[in-house]
Design a protein around this ligand. Sequence first.
Ligand code: NAX
Length: 326
Amino acid sequence: MTSPIRVAVSGAAGQIAYSMLFRIASGAVFGKDRQVQLQLLEIPPAMGALEGVVMELNDCAFPLLSDVVVTDNPEVAFDGTSWAWLVGSKPRGPGMERSDLIQANGPIFVGQGNALNKGADDLRVMVVGNPCNTNCLIAMSNSDVPNDRFSAMMRLDQNRSQSMLASKAGVPVSQVTNMAIWGNHSNNQYPDFENALIAGKPAADVINDQAWLQGDFISSIQNRGAAVIKARGASSAASAAHAALEHVISLESTTPANDWFSAAICSDGQYGVDPGLIFGYPVRSDGKGGHSVVDGLTMSDFAKQKFDAVHDELRQERDVVKDLLK
Ligand code: NAX
């Protein structure tokens, strides 16, 4: 057996982490022959709850779990890690605007960005804590880790979109492929039904209901998080955790030539996006640590309008945190 892979999870006593940690420890992400060392980061008031999570991890007697480190110090949490899931952040409080949330969470990602320099040479970072695109931008900007090692999560939006298209078309979800979520994990994201395929055919031809695709489909995906909160009385956790794991699995594996996955990565200007923004793109991975944006996709005028709106939103978020960027 090779040495354990060291992975950090922040917000480790929270509800998303609770659905992630046991699966990571079971080998569901890095394989059944790779030992894992978990390095769990929390804030001091949550350390008691985190101890309880560690008791449960121990009680599972996972053969692949070599050690669990628990800390409130990001430098300890990220020390020697090859992957860092940045899940922890402050929740949106009553009456808070999105810009308030951005400002409240920004400083967390300045400190954590700095501490990421303690990671292993192959460290890769994915951000779940909202607003995840802009938090990722802040962490990237405050770290010496190369920009192409950072990403933020669009995968839950991709999975939601595939599920909803499959349900509308009356087909198994596995038949819905090539689902791109452009831009921001926010209610301005653009789930791209024009380039999605159902059983290899354009989704719009199979569903044949442009009004639904342009209307209810997009708004349901954009507002799905709020709908889950309304129904469950708590925000998405198991589905978010599943997406956070799939995001990493996709970046670790070779993407099939006829498909892609959605992730927010640092733009090099692809599709006219401001270089440096953490923008949701269709992505392919080479399975060796490299990934690239799928090029050459076309968009209707309708799609371009949505794309431009979410691009503007991310520019505005960048302006709100400009004092935190290096
Ligand atoms: P919880 O409130 O259950 O857990 C968050 C945890 O983060 C808490 O235990 C808290 O103590 C910890 N925390 C706060 N500040 C921290 C810091 N500076 N360092 C380390 N830990 C810190 O929230 P949960 O439901 O787990 O959600 C976590 C984040 O995911 C939230 O920001 C949420 O908005 C975001 N989400 C992102 C999604 C996405 O698609 N990108 C979807 C799901 C989710 O809404």
